[in-house]
Design a protein around this ligand. Structure first.
Ligand code: MN
Length: 312
């Protein structure tokens, strides 16, 4: 059938797409998506891989700060125009959440070493389980162990403040610490136990929140104005959107509180193994093989959430 010119709607209003302010917090990727160790080649693979997938930042673990060459790392970051964050969790042998003063001292020394490495790299965020060993405790934390953790972290926060570094305490599920399992616990620990230093924030991880919180929204709101770092990970720590974690709910809540700190993708598979971290995190399953595909998919997923939640 032919359309006569008269039937073409020539008076239709022009289609206007209103583009409002895009919500653009920096997006990061955990180094273990690409590499389990940090030789120059491994570091370059990870930094380049994260950059090519679209990320602004890479999170470099410092479980053993001596294994990370800060000068090499700083140069590679500059070469690829990438920013960094650093993270670690303590071990039971060097744990500030302990009653054993020698064990606390070993933990304190490790944290200060990590802080020096972070400073030498030029990192602005030191995050993760800074307050505890990463692993299953056989009982709840004691008041003395808790006080030791708070005391050391106050000292670390002071030193970090002089260097312009923000600390973010990552609360994790009950099988990975006995001290901070929820956003509410963590906010209270910073405010009451630590005396509310201005450069200490809550680090919220969707994987842990999914296990311990009533909802992502409640978790985000419980952080108040002290949410400083976010990990996005699925319930099985694989591809985003494939699991049962309420990631859309988390992004909506983050937008509603105008969160603009880093949002970092964290994923683990037996395909990439870290001697330090994989066994601690119980990474037994092979959830992916292709780091580049996983990272590109994660970046696209996160970027889509930012656009969906931008205000028009
Ligand atoms: Mn995490």
């Amino acid at each position: 059938m032919w359309l006569t010119p008269g039937r073409i709607p020539t008076t239709a209003p022009p289609r206007v797409v209103k583009v409002g302010a895009l919500w653009q917090p920096p997006l990061g990727c955990h180094a273990l998506v690409f590499s389990g160790s940090w030789s120059r080649d491994d570091a370059e693979t990870a930094i380049k891989g994260a950059k090519e997938a679209g990320f602004d930042m890479i999170e470099i673990p410092l479980l053993d700060p001596r294994k990370v060459d800060p000068t090499m790392t700083k140069h590679l970051l500059e070469e690829h125009h990438m920013r960094s964050s650093n993270s670690l969790g303590l071990s039971f042998n060097a744990d500030i959440n302990s009653e054993d003063s020698e064990c606390v001292e070993r933990g304190r020394r490790l944290l200060f070493e990590a802080l020096s490495t972070a400073e030498a790299i030029g990192t602005r965020y030191l995050c993760g389980v800074l307050y505890s060993a990463l692993g299953k405790y056989s009982g709840p934390s004691s008041p003395r162990a808790r006080a030791n953790a708070a005391r050391v972290l106050r000292e670390l926060a002071d030193a970090a403040s002089d260097k312009g570094i923000t600390l973010a305490l990552e609360y994790v599920n009950r099988y990975e610490t006995n001290l901070l399992n929820t956003a509410r616990d963590t906010r209270a620990f910073i405010a009451e136990d630590m005396g509310d230093p201005k450069n200490v924030f809550v680090h919220l991880d969707s994987y842990h929140a999914h296990i311990e919180e009533n909802s992502m929204r409640e978790a985000v709101l419980a952080c108040g104005d002290r949410l400083g770092y976010v990990h996005i990970g699925e319930c099985h720590r694989g591809y985003l959107g494939q699991g049962s974690c309420d990631l859309p709910g988390l992004f909506r809540a983050l937008r509603d509180v105008d969160y603009n700190g880093p949002i970092t993708f964290e994923s683990f598979s037996s395909a990439v193994v870290s001697d330090d971290l994989s066994n601690t995190l119980a990474v037994w399953r092979n959830l992916w093989d292709d780091s580049d595909d996983l990272a590109s998919h994660a970046h696209a997923y996160m970027q889509a959430q930012l656009i969906l939640n931008s205000k028009h």
